[in-house]
Write a protein that binds this ligand. Structure first.
Ligand SMILES: Cc1cc2nc3c(=O)[nH]c(=O)nc-3n(C[C@H](O)[C@H](O)[C@H](O)COP(=O)(O)OP(=O)(O)OC[C@H]3O[C@@H](n4cnc5c(N)ncnc54)[C@H](O)[C@@H]3O)c2cc1C
Length: 374
């Protein structure tokens, strides 16, 4: 199916968004024999150096994709080191992890692998079909409107459209932000004579945020400063970004060992954590980032997206079998997962106590306040 030329007029299930959440749902539904249509806007994605943790292995095995990962050009990730709560980095290497190593992803290839698997299983995929509006139908279900007057009616909609969650917002569901985080993303290009260093993530806390660096498959080191938008002043300018980097001892040393400067000016990427006030109802469900975005410190956004896609697909199958509350039960499970994520996030930030007066860290220790907006 090229573009949306061959879109059917109606479908039992339509998924908006072909990232990890939407593709995992489409693949699982197609394998269960459900006729499913996946619409993706096809917007290019910026590589931010995402890592899949070792604990992703069972989810990828469930999708039948674990063995394919090795031939996809991703870098096996051997561990994660953090200067967090103290000046010296301490490590977690994956040597003894029961799932083995993680992956430093080539995100475009990873998303393409998932979509190709969904297509091969029988899902109908429209790769450049942005949904810009939707209406609830009086007979039940929804009409989704695409460009050039095209539309498709669906009995059930899964909103996997990422952090904008447009479909859910069109249902009048508000999204609450927990913070104001942004990522200032720079790419250090590898010097030809740079010594090989372990493919691992390095996290380093500083007074107004934290840095992470992770290798990308194309000989680049994603070197990223995480802070709040109001504290980021001038951060996307080359000199300001370098001045901040110079103050992050371990990250700066790694960047210097790896390369000789930035491949281009830093990009500002939205990284706000937040959630929909509710995750769905009996005929629609939000998954992945559309439901809730996590602090990148967790390194689990993609895993959560895949797991929520698999869980949503099972709920859709039960709905089509006549179980009225299956999607609502899936929304309740997402609610429980969000609460436990908030607790984990709070205890991670509580480990860093060096700058109690700094606004960035004060905001993260006032968890009751964060919880009330969540
Ligand atoms: C700085 C940063 C670092 C991160 N690091 C990590 C990490 O190390 N590990 C990790 O696991 N996670 C990480 N994450 C989180 C991770 O990127 C997300 O959680 C993950 O991409 C969510 O997947 P998704 O499928 O829900 O949404 P997305 O990947 O955002 O996919 C949404 C899809 O929907 C499509 N779409 C959007 N609107 C429409 C529309 N109207 N119609 C049709 N299609 C539409 C888009 O084109 C896109 O393909 C990081 C995030 C940030 C910001």
């Amino acid at each position: 199916m090229r573009g949306d030329a061959a879109l059917p007029r109606t479908a039992d299930v339509v998924i908006i968004g072909g990232g990890p959440a939407g593709s995992a749902a489409a693949l699982t539904l197609a394998r269960a024999g459900v006729a499913v249509v996946l619409l993706d806007a096809g917007r290019p994605r910026l590589a931010v150096g995402e890592t899949l943790p070792p604990a992703s292995k069972p989810a990828l095995q469930a999708l039948g994709l674990w063995s394919a990962m090795a031939g996809e050009g991703h870098l096996p990730s051997v561990g994660s080191w953090s200067a967090w709560g103290g000046a010296e980095p301490w490590g977690r290497d994956f040597l003894f992890n029961r799932f083995g190593h993680g992956w430093h992803l080539d995100r475009r290839r990873f998303d393409a692998l998932l979509r190709a698997a969904a297509r091969a299983a029988g899902a109908r995929i429209a790769p450049s079909a942005a949904v810009f509006a939707s209406d609830a139908l009086t007979a039940g279900g929804f009409r989704l409107r695409l460009s050039a007057g095209r539309q498709i009616d669906a009995r059930i909609v899964l909103d996997a459209g990422g952090r904008h969650a447009n479909f859910a917002r069109q249902r009048g569901v508000r999204r609450h932000a927990v913070d104001r985080m942004v990522a200032l993303v720079g790419y250090v290009a590898r010097r030809a004579d740079a010594e090989a260093e372990p493919a691992a993530t390095l996290v380093e806390a500083v007074p107004d945020g934290w840095w992470y660096s992770a290798p990308l498959p194309q000989d680049r080191l994603a070197t990223v400063f995480m802070t709040d938008a109001d504290l980021a002043n001038g951060g996307a300018r080359m000199t300001s970004w370098f001045n901040r980097l110079a103050a992050a001892e371990h990250t700066a040393a790694r960047a210097l060992r790896y390369g000789a400067g930035l491949a281009g000016p830093p990009s500002v990427v939205p990284a706000v954590s937040g959630r929909l006030e509710r995750f769905g109802d009996a005929a629609w469900l939000a998954l992945g980032d559309a439901a809730a975005t996590q602090d990148p410190l967790s390194s689990e956004g993609i895993l959560v997206a895949i797991e929520s896609g698999i869980d949503a697909a099972a709920a859709v199958v039960r709905t089509l079998d006549g179980e009225r509350d299956a999607l609502l039960a899936a929304a309740d499970r997402r609610e429980a997962a969000w609460r436990s994520y908030l607790d984990q996030c709070a205890s991670n930030y509580a480990l860093e106590q060096r700058w109690p007066e700094a606004p960035f860290w004060q905001r993260r220790t006032r968890q009751d306040e964060r919880r009330s907006v969540a």
